[in-house]
Design a protein around this ligand. Structure first.
Ligand code: KIV
Length: 275
């Protein structure tokens, strides 16, 4: 690729500059062809551990492994060229200590080439964020509804119903900011709390189910494309991929069974080689 045609990926600086400005456009991506389709429109692509549920059929993100995140991270890096790519650290790969987090985060960065990692940063995690950032690993925080903690919470529940819970989410966001997080995903909170968090931290907030009072938005791509029958309240469907796939596969099956496919156009007509 010549220097002229080389496209520079967005950097931490591009993401930071979005604070209070035009909202950041972010989506999840798990494979190369989809990353290539999303890349021209997105500031940030997240290789989310939601891959466990969306692609691998797991009941939650708890079973996701480092190996899964590395394989999907590599694919997304191969498929994209301009977006800032963040890979999620899976459950059990960072919570025990800053050193454990560093070993796994550096492996994710080395083996995928991604630009940052994301951790579901509870209040305790400020120290982990700082340890990583000080050693050259950009970190995206994730506060509010933390899907890796569903077994403690008793399910996927929006956060901020009590004043204690609101205060805790704000402390989580402040801890991530103070540790040096480049931005913070805020999941599953009402608009007033999202507004308060966005005002309280100097880095961009990226909302999912957290109203428009954030500095950017992220959705699970398959949710917004309409791949599933059920989606959470905060998802707007921009497509009907499930309907399109069903229609296409139904037609294919009918045409194979009726021998309409393959037809003449899809069949080789090789001329014999002359000797
Ligand atoms: O895993 C994921 O996809 C996420 C986003 C939905 C924020 O964490």
């Amino acid at each position: 690729m010549s220097a002229q045609t080389q496209i520079r990926r967005k950097t931490v600086k591009d993401i930071s500059r979005a604070k209070g400005g035009e909202p950041l456009v972010c989506l999840t991506a798990y494979d190369a062809p989809r990353a290539a389709l999303l890349d021209p429109f997105c500031d940030l692509l997240l290789v989310g551990d939601s891959v466990g549920m969306v692609v691998h059929g797991l009941p939650s993100t708890v079973g996701v492994t480092m190996e899964m995140m590395i394989l999907h991270g590599q694919a997304v890096m191969r498929g994209s060229e301009a977006a800032f790519v963040v890979v999620d650290m899976p459950f059990g790969s960072y919570e025990a200590s800053p050193v454990q987090a560093y070993e796994n985060a550096s492996r994710l960065m080395k083996e995928t080439g991604c630009q940052a990692v994301k951790i579901e940063s509870g209040e305790y995690a400020g120290e982990i964020v700082k340890f990583l950032v000080d050693r050259g690993i950009p970190v995206l925080g994730h506060v509010g509804l933390r899907p890796q903690a569903i077994n403690v919470d008793g399910g996927f529940r929006a956060k901020g119903r009590t004043s204690d819970e609101r205060d805790r989410v704000i402390r989580e966001a402040k801890a991530a900011e103070e540790g040096g997080a480049l931005a913070i995903v805020v999941e599953g909170v009402a608009e007033d709390l999202a507004r308060e968090i966005t005002a309280a931290v100097s880095v961009p907030t990226i909302g999912i189910g957290a109203s428009s009072a954030c500095d950017g938005q992220i959705l699970v791509t398959e949710d917004m494309l309409g791949l599933f029958d059920w989606t959470p309240k905060f998802v707007r469907r921009y497509g009907n991929v499930k309907g399109e796939i069903t229609k296409a596969v139904e037609s294919y099956a009918a045409e194979v069974r009726s021998r309409e496919f393959p037809g003449k156009d899809e069949t080789y007509a090789l001329k014999p080689e002359k000797h």
